[in-house]
Design a protein around this ligand. Structure first.
Ligand SMILES: *[C@@H]1O[C@H](CO)[C@@H](O)[C@H](O)[C@H]1NC(C)=O
Ligand SMILES: *[C@@H]1O[C@H](CO)[C@@H](O)[C@H](O)[C@H]1NC(C)=O
Ligand SMILES: *[C@@H]1O[C@H](CO)[C@@H](O)[C@H](O)[C@H]1NC(C)=O
Length: 326
């Protein structure tokens, strides 16, 4: 018996260790199975963002919308009449072509090895770096999901009129706290929004016959000119005025002075729960940029681990827009 228990202990420990190893992501997951993986994604993403900087905000949004729905499992990439892509909030996502290009190069070099979920996580990091943002080590080893439902996208992604209570609740349900929320919404330092998402603030806010009183007075005519009453609702407006393609902290200075475009962005300053974090990144504070870079990197890694599929869960798709058929 003594002998057996001694023998059993070792394989048990090995088993436990290997179970741990496959059930989490780690930096350099493809180091031996596909050493070129990260370089290939970086190459494809760099040339895309060089050709059009708006790919960077595209990837940030796509990754956020992937992770918040069924975890970071590339469910956002799946085609289908009722897949996540078809939800109203996802109709304008862009960058699918770039992910497909990276995937097809990877399938040539190391077929069946690199997940679409990891490609998206890496592409997001690389695009932020390409527009002057911070870099971070991306843990890899995610597996691709098999399910993608429009209805789940609709219930898990806060809309542009969501209350702060609702936003905090959704983030908490993903394991993200109020500080993470502020930092991740700070990703609005790049990107644009359609007039339709904030025009309710400009003319008749909450049936007051006037604008949202938290909007800076001189800023109001600027927004009204871009989005006239009865005008084109699809017109895009920079979220971070005067700095739409630069990954900086001016977004926080803008919301501080009532120059937030989305109502949800303005709330980061008007709500005490979030203002205490947001003010850390305004220019009134020392080393605001380096603090933001550091915390953004950390929050992105945290978000990239929402409801992970690893080990034997899911699959490694052969193409990113459809699940494997055998
Ligand atoms: C970049 O892409 C966006 C979104 O597709 C488009 O509106 C814009 O015109 C493009 N910019 C350039 C310089 O091609
Ligand atoms: C989507 O709907 C169309 C029209 O109803 C149908 O022909 C097609 O097969 C559907 N595609 C998928 C992927 O379900
Ligand atoms: C604002 O909205 C309310 C409620 O819909 C409406 O009664 C009022 O006439 C509107 N005011 C203007 C100026 O459109």
């Amino acid at each position: 018996m003594e002998v057996y228990s001694g023998r059993i202990k070792i394989p048990l420990i090995v088993l436990l260790l290997s179970a741990f190893a496959i059930s989490s992501t780690r930096v350099g997951f493809y180091k031996t199975t596909c050493p070129q993986a990260e370089a290939i994604v970086q190459y494809v993403v760099q040339s895309a963002v060089r050709s059009n900087k708006s790919y960077a905000s595209g990837f940030l949004q796509m990754f956020f919308h992937d992770c918040f729905v069924n975890g970071c499992d590339a469910s956002i990439l799946l085609d289908g009449n009722l897949s996540e892509k078809t939800a109203a909030t996802n109709l304008r996502l862009r960058g699918f072509d770039v992910i497909d290009a990276a995937k097809s190069m990877l399938e040539t070099v190391c077929p069946g090895v690199v997940s679409c979920a990891d490609i998206l996580a890496l592409a997001t990091r690389d695009s932020v770096v390409q527009i002057g943002g911070t870099s971070w080590a991306v843990p890899t080893g995610r597996r691709d999901g098999l399910v993608s439902l429009k209805s789940e996208a609709e219930s898990n992604i806060p809309g542009p009129k969501a209350s702060m209570d609702d936003q905090i609740k959704v983030f908490a349900s993903k394991g993200l706290n109020v500080k993470d929320l502020v930092i991740l919404v700070g990703g609005h330092t790049i990107g644009t929004a359609a007039c339709s998402t904030f025009i309710h603030r400009l003319y008749n806010y909450s049936n007051t016959n006037g604008p949202d009183p938290t909007i800076d007075q001189p800023f109001l005519p600027h927004l009204r000119t871009l989005c006239p009453l009865g005008g084109e609702q699809a017109t895009r407006v920079a979220l971070d005025t005067n700095s739409v393609n630069t990954f900086d902290t001016s977004f926080f200075d803008n919301i501080r002075s009532g120059r937030g475009v989305l109502e949800t962005d303005s709330m980061l300053w008007t709500d005490a729960r979030t203002q205490k974090y947001a003010q850390r990144f305004t220019k009134t504070r020392r080393s605001h940029q380096s603090a933001f870079n550091k915390m953004f990197a950390k929050a992105m890694v945290k978000m990239s681990k929402i409801e992970l599929k690893t080990g034997n869960q899911g699959e490694i798709r052969r193409v990113c827009n459809t699940i494997n058929t055998n």
